[in-house]
Design a protein around this ligand. Structure first.
Ligand code: RP5
Length: 160
């Protein structure tokens, strides 16, 4: 199976990113996690991106806050799918990172999830890998059923 790369701009993003890691672990999807910054370590961020396909990655998740250029900078250097997580890490409550991540120019797409949406970033990466992996797709279907059953149980137990 292809790996998912998870890149975060700073170790301060780890509490958010760990939710993506947990989701990938729950599906037994192989992953690598790195701290590379578009601004502080641009050479390492570029080198990872340029070599990601050859190194066995199938999708890349990029998490960053503030002037969050990491996902776009990675996407500029690979045609693998890149999923951006805008992290809430400043006085602007993540709106700065959301707009920096989502407003990509035509030609260099970044699939942006919600502010701090690490769980969905991982699920989207898994869905990308599942396009060519029937067993993984079946496990995604199973999770949808389990999640729906949990909501219906809460509905049945609702006492208001
Ligand atoms: C971004 O700046 C990082 O992704 C982080 O969300 C934010 C703040 O980084 P630190 O100053 O906490 O290292 O590049």
């Amino acid at each position: 199976m292809k790996k998912v790369g998870i890149i975060m701009g700073s170790d301060s993003d780890l509490p958010i990113v760990s939710k993506a890691v947990d989701m990938l672990k729950s599906f037994d999807v192989p992953y690598e996690v790195h701290i590379f910054s578009a601004h502080r370590t641009p050479v390492e961020a570029r080198d990872f991106s340029v070599n990601a396909r050859a190194n066995g990655f199938g999708a890349i998740i990029a998490a960053a806050g503030m002037a969050a250029h990491l996902a776009g900078a990675i996407a500029a250097n690979t045609t693998l799918p890149v999923i951006g997580i805008p992290c809430k890490s400043s006085v602007l409550d993540g709106m700065d990172a959301l707009l920096s991540t989502v407003q990509m120019p035509t030609g260099i797409p970044v699939a942006t999830v919600a502010i701090n949406g690490a769980g969905n970033a991982a699920l989207l990466a898994i869905q990308i890998l599942a396009v060519e992996d029937k067993e993984l797709a079946a496990r995604l279907d199973e999770k949808r059923k389990t999640d729906a059953a949990a909501v219906l149980k809460k509905d049945a137990e609702l006492e208001i």
